[in-house]
Design a protein around this ligand. Structure first.
Ligand code: AMP
Length: 548
């Protein structure tokens, strides 16, 4: 017998409708490229998203068409998230920090029909315009007064388009499985692959991640995504903050410590989210200039492992609860968040920070397991590690145009991360499978070593890579950026590892550099480091071959 409840499709437009009706005056605040801070409420945001939807139709955009963005976090980008998906088209945020050739590849692969671009990315778009095969029109996200000179053909001005329409528009009642947005995975190997989200997966992800054990979002929060909207939809925050009616603060292109601290103060931010590099910048700014993060209660840190020292500093110096999160483009992106469970009330300080180094546990909606090379389940004993596999309501079922092959016959998605899981279900990423260091037939976790190095007071950033070794196959090399003015030596740094890891895990050497290479999403670019140091001779190499 079927139940007798209403069947309302889970649609992105319904999130904004709810916020406009019940939180109409709650603000979306944006730091604009033009300069001033822009403010309006959810009611006006909806009105403009509807006018945008009409303008899109006027540009010939149909259901299922891909509409791309090259833009920072701001209110116009927010309107595109809702206006494009709401009308049944697909919002495709492209990462402008990628190499231009990769941007052209992605836009062509996605067959983007229109590109919306922030004024400062116009030169970037001009540089690849000749390579774009499907783009019919470009819309610069500014007003008439700030339209840049450009050689691009078929250029429109955002404000001119939106102001020419009214908001007398009904969102179409779409099937909730309709594609709503897409992102390309970072593509560390081969070409980037497209992940195509649905309205249903997006709404379920927003509902789940807003819950207390994940981000604990509410209508009393002031939320600042310090993760760009072109990086897995700013971890879903534009949707989840809207869903609960939180105040939403968009930091624009300025993600440096000083600019973020200024917004935290001015807009009384209670929750923010960003990759560790962003928080390094915030902590560095506060160390140099003093000040605090008075209103900030929680910060979500993910995309790369959150070092223990970062959790300690944020919690103990600035009173901010760290929510260590793990996820992937393929997972919308949240897979796990590290929050305590029943029975952990009496955890010691040390035990709590030990737990927080782990990436966390999934909420309902995501399942996970670790497997060995023969795809057999491994124990959840905090020791056995193997490839992490996931499945769930907001995990991709395949890539756009059927590319790649990361799915099992039984539907699990292979993440490419190597992890342990403890008896309480907390997962810890040991490495990307390609970054793990194989020494003497055993594995060394580069992430663990980086965490320790970062804990040294003189170290700003650290990376550990495997260097070919005649005896051990590979041995770890520590590459570090020292804090300004520090002259800490290799010997001091290596001594710092003693007692913290097994002796054979301690890196064989240290190299000091001015900066480390990062991917377009702020992760350490280990592939480039491995290339840079491919011929590096470790001090332990000499004679090792002969001694066997
Ligand atoms: P992306 O799809 O660009 O978000 O990259 C996803 C990958 O980032 C994951 O497969 C992990 O390797 C890595 N990652 C994300 N969050 C974390 C985290 N908290 N700790 C360690 N690695 C992470």
């Amino acid at each position: 017998m079927l139940g007798l409840m209403m069947r309302e499709p889970l649609l992105i437009s319904s999130i904004l409708d709810h916020a406009a009706r019940f939180h109409g005056a709650t603000e979306i605040v944006s730091r604009t490229l033009e300069g001033p801070i822009h403010r309006y409420g959810y009611a006006e945001a909806r009105s403009r998203a509807k006018r945008l939807a009409k303008a899109l139709a006027g540009l010939g955009v149909n259901t299922g068409d891909r509409v791309a963005t090259l833009a920072w976090n701001g209110y116009r980008h927010y309107e595109l998230y809702f206006g494009v998906s709401g009308m049944g088209a697909i919002c495709h945020a492209i990462n402008p920090r990628l190499f231009p050739g990769q941007i052209a590849y992605i836009a062509n692969h996605a067959e983007d029909s229109v590109i919306f671009v922030d004024a400062d990315f116009v030169p970037l778009l001009e540089s690849i315009a000749g390579e774009l095969t499907s783009v019919r029109a470009v819309v610069v996200m500014t007003d008439d007064a700030h339209m840049p000179e450009t050689s691009l053909p078929a250029v429109h001005c955002y404000e001119t388009l939106v102001s020419a329409e009214d908001d007398d528009y009904e969102w179409p009642l779409l099937d909730e499985e309709t594609a709503s947005s897409m992102c390309y995975s970072s593509g560390t190997t081969g070409n980037p692959k497209g992940v195509l989200y649905t309205h249903r997966s997006t709404v379920l992800h927003a509902l789940a991640t807003a819950a207390p054990d994940l981000m604990s979002l509410s209508a009393r929060d002031s939320v600042m995504p310090a993760v760009p909207m072109f990086h897995v939809n700013a971890w879903g925050l534009p949707y989840s903050a809207t869903l609960v009616g939180a105040k939403l603060v968009m930091p624009g292109r300025k993600l440096d410590g000083a600019s973020l601290c200024e917004l935290v103060d001015a807009e009384k931010i209670s929750l923010s989210a960003g990759v560790p590099t962003v928080w390094l910048g915030v902590l560095d700014h506060l160390e140099r200039n003093g000040g605090g993060l008075d209103s900030l209660q929680r910060c979500v840190i993910g995309g790369s492992a959150t070092p223990r020292a970062m959790s300690v500093a944020l919690e103990e110096k600035y009173g901010v609860q760290v929510l260590h999160a793990w996820g992937m483009t393929e997972m919308s992106p949240i897979g796990t968040v590290n929050t305590a469970k029943n029975g952990m009330e009496d955890e010691t300080r040390e035990a709590r920070y030990d737990r927080q180094v782990k990436q966390g546990r999934p909420c309902f909606g995501v399942d996970m397991k670790i497997v060995d090379d023969d795809n057999r389940d491994l124990e959840w004993d905090d020791a056995a590690f193997g490839e992490l596999k996931v499945r769930g309501h907001w995990v991709c079922s395949s890539y756009f145009k059927g590319e790649g092959d990361s799915h099992d016959a039984d539907g699990w998605f292979a993440t490419g991360d190597v992890s342990t899981i403890d008896a309480d279900g907390y997962m810890q990423v040991t490495d990307r499978s390609k970054d793990v260091i194989k020494s003497g037939g055993e594995w060394i976790s580069s992430i663990d070593l980086e965490n320790i190095a970062i804990g040294h007071p003189d170290i700003f950033e650290a990376a550990v890579i495997g260097i070919a070794h005649p005896k051990w196959d590979e041995r770890p090399l520590l590459v570090v950026v020292r804090n300004e003015g520090s002259s800490v030596s290799s010997a001091e740094l290596l001594g710092y590892f003693e007692g913290k890891v097994a002796k054979w895990w301690i890196p064989d050497d240290v190299v000091f550099v001015d900066d480390l290479p990062h991917t377009a999403t702020g992760k350490l670019l280990k592939m480039e480091l491995r290339e840079t140091f491919s011929g590096y001779e470790l001090p332990t190499t000499a004679g090792a071959g002969e001694s066997g």
